[in-house]
Design a protein around this ligand. Sequence first.
Ligand code: R5P
Length: 308
Amino acid sequence: MRSCVVLPFPGNEACAASLARALGADLGALTLRAFPDGETLATVTAPCAGRDVVLVATLDRADAKTVPLVLAAGAARDGTAARVVLVAPYIAYMRQDVAFAPGQGVSARHYARLVSAHFDGLVTVDPHLHRLRSLDDVFTIPSRAVRSAPALAAWISAHVDRPVVVGPDAESEQWVADVATRAACPHVVLMKTRRGDRDVSVSPAGLDPAERRTPVLVDDIVSTGHTLVEAVRGLVAEGHAAPVCLAVHGVFADDAVAALRAAGAARVVTTNTIPNAVAEIDVTPLVAAAVADLLAEGGARAEHRAGR
Ligand code: R5P
């Protein structure tokens, strides 16, 4: 493997340090200074010449981060990095994978094109692949989509007695089935109707409370929390034990954790793809393995990019 340096985007220091340790790579520094006019100066403090540079930047609240991200990649490239790889445990815009109304853009495609123009590779965790089959449908760079299911299933096995995994909507079937199989428990998938950003309803689970199972709601993203709040309310109304809420990505656009607790959730837990107070499930080892795999993929493209 080529010599490698890991750079944390602000807020990603813990993940970057773990990755550097796991990869046997150096840990460098990236500083972003805002000029009085609001423009950003990105400075990389690490030798980059001829090396693989791994920039770690989880991309919730992506609009504010994206211009600094592009400038940071540019700074590494100006330092003649051989490759600049993005580790974005959460990758933004994947939910806008189709034009839902006339005149809308397919943001997933446009955002992926932007990232592909500035990086030589991407590693992310459970991207929202619903109508898109794979990252290759929109990204033009080598990529790895890490599945958090092993970590979620291990958490369930360790913390929940007699679980039944519940997916809140049809698109959750893919990860819910995988998690339930790994946790050796049954699963059920609800139907969701979304009428607006904060206006959703979900169908009843139809589970028999007499089976005395603990519902574990599993979703990929909690944003406003309304999807899981409605699912929690339904399960509580059906007479089940207080549900546990698990999510891969705790985006938490509103005060979703408080809303879920108020609705009757026993616990709310996420992975650490986005640092937050309930990010108990560490997926960094899974990410590190994927980064090592991607970096081991040599290539003409890397040589081509190094020379541009
Ligand atoms: C939907 O496509 C996703 O899988 C999540 O269910 C959704 O993003 C959750 O959003 P919110 O927390 O705002 O209901």
